[in-house]
Design a binder for this molecule. Structure first.
Ligand code: DX5
Ligand code: ZN
Length: 266
């Protein structure tokens, strides 16, 4: 099943709970939380207290904590305690990757592994049988709103083939630059968990003249559109062709499962 995984990185953090909930209402079924330490990646974001606060506000979806940090073993317990359900660690950050993945599982969370754009898939050969999912970075981690790196598509396809050949069950997630112009390609390559930050939440930035409900409507529209857009369609083209209006009407008529089936058929 294709699932949209909104990333809060592009949210207005003064309204974090409300924006995360709007993205979930729009069709997101997992919430992606980017944790950055200023060492493994050149940026700083959130820690366990923010995860715990969001958990109090959002009970119904799994929290997908993407740890872009050095020494993740030191923090896994705290993130599990805060409410993480899935915890992913970077292959590049883990000297003892097998041990770290088992540590995540020992805290009751689903373990996952991430690879940067420069890391080949075969670096994961020995852990694919113990992970819940593999996260393929399609940008260099650290920032939202970067350009999609097409090499990720080949890696996703390779993972699909390996999973089939070895009879494994890990899921495949993609993170970075997933938007209306790239979503169809990643779905066709075989990604099932589509992380999207900028494409879903950048529309929340305040703009003059907006009605109070405009933010919520835009998040709903964009989250849903990421699951239904045809290949090569751009945001502008969608606007011009009144695609948004049609999708809005369709949303009223159909339930969310129909939207997922449509994406799978792309
Ligand atoms: C980047 C983060 C991503 C980020 C993706 O290091 O891991 O989760 O939110 O953002 P977009 O969708 O804006 O590329
Ligand atoms: Zn991420």
């Amino acid at each position: 099943m294709i699932e949209l995984v909104p990333s809060i990185l592009s949210a207005n953090f003064a309204q974090l709970g409300a924006e995360a909930l709007a993205a979930i209402d729009g069709g997101g079924t997992v919430l992606h939380l980017d944790v950055m330490d200023g060492h493994f990646v050149p940026n700083l974001t959130i820690g366990p207290p923010v995860v715990a606060s969001l958990r109090k506000a959002i009970a119904k979806v799994p929290f997908d904590c993407h740890l872009m940090i050095e020494n993740p073993d030191d923090y896994i317990g705290a993130f599990a305690e805060a409410g993480a359900n899935w915890i992913s660690v970077h292959q590049e950050a883990c000297v003892h990757l097998n041990r770290t993945l088992h540590l995540i599982a020992s805290h009751g969370c689903e373990p996952a592994v991430v690879i940067n754009p420069a890391t080949p898939v075969h670096m994961l050969d020995e852990v694919l049988d113990i992970v819940h999912h593999v996260l393929v970075m399609s940008v260099n981690p650290g920032f939202g709103a970067q350009k999609f790196i097409p090499g990720a598509l080949r890696k996703i396809e390779t993972l699909v083939q390996i999973r089939e050949r070895r009879g494994l069950s890990f899921r495949i997630e993609v993170d970075g630059g997933v938007d209306l112009t790239t979503v169809s390609d990643v779905v066709r390559a075989g990604a099932e968990l589509l992380v999207a930050g900028n494409a879903v939440l950048s529309c929340c930035k305040p703009r003059a003249g907006r009605r109070p409900c405009a933010l919520r409507l835009n998040v709903l529209e964009l989250t849903s559109l990421l699951l239904v857009v045809p290949r090569q369609t751009t945001v502008d083209e969608i606007g011009r062709s009144r695609h948004i209006v049609r999708v809005r009407r369709r949303q009223k008529r159909r339930n969310r499962c129909d939207i997922f089936r449509f994406a799978e058929a792309l």
